[in-house]
Design a protein around this ligand. Structure first.
Ligand SMILES: NC(=O)c1ccc[n+]([C@@H]2O[C@H](COP(=O)([O-])OP(=O)(O)OC[C@H]3O[C@@H](n4cnc5c(N)ncnc54)[C@H](O)[C@@H]3O)[C@@H](O)[C@H]2O)c1
Length: 385
């Protein structure tokens, strides 16, 4: 195989972007087929890229035309489409979030393991040079044991954005709001750098927009070692910002946008606190400048680079930057936070699968069709730069 033959399922704002990346940007891929349940969109995008168009994912999977699939449908469809692709022996790149519920995530991971094919998720922010540098520091143990973390993931979306599809920000169509749509990228990075919490106390609400699900979420997080963290996610803030802090026993890291700041302590806080004799002694901290490796001139970045990594994993067994299995961690946090808010109690991780499924079924049963939809499928210009 010289190039991976890719089929894209879901030809909306993101899916058409993926068609361009696969057809025009990534040398290791070729666009071999497209699929959308909306026949007009399937036909139009098929003609645009001169490839066969399907209206049923299963028909595309059985066509023999593709080796791999990129799934860019609304989130609820990620799990059933991925499972059926794995059952056909295909490689799968799924857009974020992995899925809506942890039980769906379990099914996807089981199907991927059974198939033994490649499984990647669209967390392109992992590729950012400053994020890679932060991850290396964490892997080297520079920060020591986690003592406190912070995630602020603040975005801005208009009501027109929420009105652009009947599925957006409804329990029946999307299964959440900011938590399931905008926040996953930075929840993923915060978990990648700070580790997996064990308990969540959360609150969610629709504070600004006319939507069924949340445009604001707050949480207090507990880690297995007793450390705590704080999370705030919204689509009500301008300018948007993403801040991650990991404060450890031996160092501290702060990532704000693309600005990474790191401090290394001269002593462990835990030890120094009891060994220091002076009433006002403090621990010297030194700013360190971790090496930030920029991609070579002309190299792909962002989503095209992630798709290239996926294709190289298929072709040459290159390690995946964002393995699909790791997408489950973010879904654990999202489900725990929603469950905690809805049931007004702390929720342990891993989330009780049956309990979350029961809550989601309840929320879906009360979900109301949107009164106002003005369909638009326009790729976020930030993703095409
Ligand atoms: N990685 C990123 O930065 C990023 C950015 C934007 C969107 N996304 C993700 O991409 C996904 C799609 O978002 P969007 O904004 O493109 O939505 P969209 O509404 O613009 O497009 C969704 C498309 O999927 C089609 N579809 C629905 N169900 C289908 C099914 N079962 N089979 C085939 N086609 C189906 C719809 O007809 C529509 O054309 C979401 O999961 C979203 O979270 C990721």
């Amino acid at each position: 195989m010289e190039r991976v033959r890719v089929g894209v399922v879901g030809l909306g704002a993101m899916g058409v972007g993926h068609c361009r990346f696969v057809a025009e940007r990534v040398p290791e891929t070729e666009l071999a087929a497209v699929c959308d349940t909306d026949i007009a969109r399937a036909t139009q995008v098929g003609e645009q890229f001169s490839v066969p168009a399907f209206t049923e994912p299963e028909a595309m999977f059985q066509s023999g035309l593709i080796d791999a699939v990129i799934i860019a449908t609304p989130h609820y469809a990620h799990a059933p489409i991925a499972v059926s692709a794995f059952e056909r022996g295909l490689h799968v790149f799924v857009e974020k979030p992995l899925c809506v519920s942890v039980s769906d995530g379990d099914r996807m991971i089981a199907a991927a393991r059974k198939a033994g094919t490649k499984f990647a998720i669209g967390y392109q922010h992992r590729l950012r040079p400053e994020v890679q540098a932060a991850r290396r520091l964490v892997e080297q143990g520079v920060l020591g044991e986690v003592r406190r973390t912070l995630l602020i993931t603040a975005w801005y979306r208009t009501q027109a954005y929420y009105d652009s599809g009947n599925w957006r920000a409804t329990w029946a169509g999307e299964g959440g709001g900011v938590l399931i749509n905008q926040a996953p990228h930075f929840i993923d990075l915060w978990l990648w750098l700070g580790g997996m919490p064990s308990k969540v106390w959360g609150h969610t609400r629709a504070a600004l927009h006319d939507i069924e699900t949340e445009d604001e979420a707050f949480a207090l997080i507990e880690y297995p070692n007793g450390a705590h963290g704080y999370l705030y996610a919204t689509t009500n803030e301008e300018p948007g910002e993403n801040i991650i802090e990991i404060s450890g026993d031996e160092g501290k890291l702060r990532l704000e946008g693309d600005n990474l700041q790191v401090w290394k302590l001269h002593h462990s806080i835990r030890r120094f606190t009891f060994e220091a004799g002076g009433m006002w002694d403090s621990i010297p901290a030194e700013r360190i400048e971790p090496p930030i490796e920029m991609p070579p001139e002309g190299a792909l970045t962002g989503q095209p680079a992630l798709i290239q990594n996926f294709a190289r994993a298929v072709l040459y067994n290159e390690p995946l930057i964002a393995p699909g299995e790791e997408g489950l961690n973010t879904v654990e946090i999202i489900n725990a936070l929603i469950l905690s808010s809805q049931r007004q109690k702390p929720v342990s991780i891993p989330v009780d699968r049956a309990e979350y499924d029961a809550l989601l079924a309840e929320l879906k049963a009360h979900s109301k069709p949107k009164q106002r939809v003005r369909e638009q499928h326009i790729t976020d210009p930030n993703l095409l730069r």
